[in-house]
Design a protein around this ligand. Sequence first.
Ligand SMILES: *Cc1c(COP(=O)(O)O)cnc(C)c1O
Length: 384
Amino acid sequence: MKLLLGPGPSNVDRRVYEALSRPLVGHLDPEFLEVMNEIQHLLRYTFRTQNRLAIPLSGTGSAGMEAALVNFVQKGDPVLVGVAGLFGERMCDIVQRCGGRLARVDADWGHPLPLDSMERAIRTHRPRIVAVVHGETSTGVRQPLEELSRVTREQDSLFLVDAVTTLGGVPLEVDRWQIDLCYSGTQKCLSCPPGLSPLTVSDRGAEVLRSRRLPVQSWYLDLTLVQKYWGAERTYHHTAPISMNYALLEALRIVHEETLEARWSRHEENHRALVVGLSALGLEMLVDPEYRLWSLNTVKVPPAVEEERVRQRLLRQHDIEIGGGLGILRGKIWRIGLMGTSCVRENVQRFVEAFAASLQAEGFPCSARDALDQAGQVYKTRDA
Ligand SMILES: *Cc1c(COP(=O)(O)O)cnc(C)c1O
């Protein structure tokens, strides 16, 4: 068994594996309809929403991204995307494939979106949708959403948020922040295998969907059809991935039992301990403290150390997976995920120790003992 501390997937709880191996039932079996009901109920809890529409789409996080755009962008619609990393870029690509008129605001990778530029762009373009990524997994930045939500609402645009790396790990308030379209993935902070994409749509969003002139370009991701299977009609659209839904239900039950608040503080605490440990090793974080994403930590590769060799050592000798940088950050950072089940004190300690050993083996002097001591102080403060 490998310790998964990369940008996802994260480790899966034994209860979720057991749920995956339950005997199959039909996708219209009354027993499965109960499973579907409970999933929708627990998704509303996890997204912090009263939205009627809260369902898991068949497909990974990118299916959620595509659904959130293809259902709401019609040809010629102005859409504003805030781009602060790879996943913002991916949204731009999809908007263009949908025939939307794309406007974008760019942030330097490693920084949040510049609020003044976003405000100006929203007021100038009056977009139908303002789309941003809450946790940019490519950079480790948590994008603050409350101000953006306010400006978006002033122009009557729909607010779209990618919560793939934040749902279930980092505070996310769909209703309070007036998010109209929000999607996630199962394999990050929910600690389920990849394969489903939880998605929720506000009543405002649902109204836009109802008033479309033309059918949704994608048949598979057409929410007006998918909704009929998850709603009261239970009309066959496609065969739901039964086992994955059992797994998601169990993962959501675990979230609910722990409570979101406890989960958020667990992610915050382990993130803090990791950062203290990394700096004691003599390493520097990429992102300013106030914008750091608890679930995905980006740390700079020191000069004269080969990024990939350290990662390979961790995997081959210690069975620990972490991620490397993407795009312009390739070779420059490591990405260390602390998501869901993986995000516990023992894993932080095990990682810090193994990371120190791997860095030393690659010629970077550092002390595991100091780093462990200092990271331990973070937990002691809480224990006291
Ligand atoms: C992982 C991720 C995605 C894509 O999810 P897949 O499951 O890989 O399709 C989208 N957005 C963000 C922010 C992610 O971290």
